[in-house]
Design a protein around this ligand. Sequence first.
Ligand code: ZN
Length: 165
Amino acid sequence: MSKIKCKCGYVISDSTDFIAYKGHLIADQDYYDFYTEIENKDWHDATSIGSKYFNEIFQCTNCQNIIIIRNNKQFNFKSIDSESNSKVLNSHQNEKWTGIISANFYNGQGELYWYTNLESGFLQELSLTELKETYFRKYNEFQDLKILRHSFLRINGEIKHNFEL
Ligand SMILES: [Zn+2]
């Protein structure tokens, strides 16, 4: 599923990786079987085995309700806690989680996208100078905080700067 509609009307997007309000849920009855089955498997096989075991779970960023997707059906749950705005599905590392920056320049326009648990954003229609400046400012900022997983700066199809943790 790439879009999930919450009961509150909010449309939850599921179109990238590392989503801060998404998790993967496994039944306790399957838990040990899963680890047995992926033992000695490479990453690619392990993830395809995982898709059989895991259900997707989302927390609506508007109303904080929990949504579980199982067999393409949507099950909705509402928190009974008053402290209902806590993010229950982001990384155990919280704001220390390492995020991403991608910068692309093509057709005379720059686009910059960054995503960490401290902040995220998207800028469009940047000049090449603006793109480079903002990219390296974010890059240095996130490196200082040790919250970068990977980043790249691509100009007219050519990678000019690249970082991989
Ligand atoms: Zn909602």
